[in-house]
Design a protein around this ligand. Structure first.
Ligand code: 5AD
Ligand code: SF4
Length: 439
């Protein structure tokens, strides 16, 4: 059988999509982890910031050198960059034999065959229905413990800075029946943790025969399938963190006490220009609801530094909300203008790059302090850890995560990946907890 090598960039959705792609092609290609022996290389791409795209252009140049040596090698580009740049990419990147957007993966076998016969091909059609719900992903490159299950696709929010509504199209949910069947299969295969995934996972909604399935109900149903299965979700929008959802997370021991709640900015004026549809007050009221029901719940966030028109006062408000929430973790970025988005059309990208850099550095430094404070608070505490594998640093150490999604490293003992162990934390860095197993 011919060999397929897949390289994935960007978000967890892209990693889940690559598993769907591997499944669509499994009758014609066997997966390989060695790019040099591949007959087909697929690059699953991200467009979220200019830097992400530049990295992929560079990678394609490297592949061009490889293709010169191997004339029968095919290279295809998938994902958000395919959707954003469309067939123009085939002209600017001659290494590519075909490109396929996020809703076009079922057509990959045809694209591959036609590209071989008649030259470069593309399919960047977006769909209002495609969820790949009947396709059982091929779980490659995973630890056998933790898996993603994609439950909805697309986005209707149109945050003004964001390409996703354009690259992944309208929001659509997958039927509960197929989601639950996929989780059952994961349980049979010995997986211990599922992360329900979607660009706006808590907008999940399904209605069949008058029977309504909200995201909270779906979480409860999945959590009820086995007390031994941990359930996580990503990524959520603050507008959809309902009381029902927070109460559900609190009610089930096996729903992890970790919520990623992107704030983006602490300033109402900036949030308005970002079209985030909430105010700082509303966001804080959601955080308080979470903390009042689950004092041990970890909260992480995404923050953009230097959005259009952001003043020094706006920036200080971002630092202030970070203090107020006390985030466990944050993903932090400089604003990067994306062609075609609302902010590119409406607002000038007017914060100078050196100011963006300085503000981002301040945000990163503050988050470092907040993470260190949060980790120091955990020293002396006892956690249930799901073991994921051997620690990178040493063969005698294992690593796993607690419910709050913090990585904990501890000496091996009898434990193996997939086990739950009780660990007492005795030391930490801002990024990691260190502990001992208690028998
Ligand atoms: N520039 C910088 N960061 C962005 N994000 C999304 N679009 C942009 C952009 N144009 C960030 C947001 C989002 C995360 C996935 O990426 O913080 O939550
Ligand atoms: Fe990147 Fe967003 Fe596309 Fe994910 S959905 S690959 S983060 S642009």
């Amino acid at each position: 059988m011919k060999k397929l090598y897949i390289e994935t960039y960007g978000c967890q959705m892209n990693f889940a999509d690559s598993e769907v792609v591997a499944s669509i092609l499994k009758d014609i290609f066997a997966l390989t982890g060695d790019v040099n022996e591949a007959d087909l290389i697929l690059i699953n791409t991200c467009s979220i910031r200019d830097k992400a795209e530049q990295r992929i252009h560079k990678r394609l140049q490297e592949l061009e050198a490889l293709k010169k040596k191997r004339r029968d090698l095919q290279v295809g580009l998938l994902g958000c960059m395919a959707e954003r740049m469309k067939e123009e990419l085939l002209e600017t990147e001659p290494v590519l034999d075909f490109i396929a957007g996020p809703d076009a993966y079922r057509s990959l076998p045809q694209l591959i065959a036609e590209a071989r016969q008649s030259g470069p091909q593309f399919n960047v059609m977006l769909s209002e229905e495609e969820t790949y719900e009947d396709i059982l992903p091929v779980r490659y490159d995973v630890n056998g413990v933790s898996a993603f299950v994609s439950i909805m696709r697309g986005c209707n929010n149109f945050c003004s800075y964001c390409v996703v509504p354009y690259t992944r199209g309208r929001e659509r949910s997958r039927s509960p029946k197929t989601i639950l069947a996929e989780v059952e299969q994961l349980l049979r295969d010995g997986f211990k943790e599922v992360t329900l995934l979607g660009q706006n996972v808590n907008s999940y909604h399904w209605n069949e025969g008058g029977e309504e399935m909200t995201f909270a109900k779906l979480m409860a149903t999945v959590a009820g399938m086995s007390p031994d299965l941990r359930v996580r979700f990503a990524t959520s929008h603050p507008k959809d963190i309902s009381d029902e959802l927070i109460e559900t997370i609190a009610r089930y021991d096996n729903i992890c006490k970790y919520i990623h709640l992107p704030v983006q900015s602490g300033s109402d004026a900036v949030l308005k220009r970002m079209n985030r549809s909430y105010t700082r007050d509303y966001y804080m009221q959601r955080v308080q609801k979470i903390k009042s029901l689950m004092p041990d719940c970890a909260i992480s966030t995404d923050i953009i530094a230097g959005f259009c028109g952001e003043t020094e006062e706006d920036h200080l408000q971002t630092l202030d909300i970070m203090h107020e929430v006390g985030y466990e973790y944050a993903y932090m970025f400089k604003y990067s203008e994306r062609g075609g988005t609302l902010s590119a059309k409406r607002y000038a990208d007017d914060v100078p790059d050196e100011v963006k850099t300085r503000r981002l550095e301040e945000i990163i430094a503050l988050q470092g302090e907040l993470s260190a404070i949060s980790n120091r608070r955990d020293v002396g505490k006892r956690f249930q850890i799901l073991v994921e594998g051997a620690s990178k640093r040493s063969e005698d150490q294992l690593y796993g995560r607690n419910s709050q999604n913090k990585v904990v490293i501890f000496p091996c003992g009898q434990a193996k990946p997939g086990d739950y162990v009780e660990v007492v934390v005795h030391d930490c860095t801002p990024a990691t907890l260190f502990g001992e197993v208690i028998e």
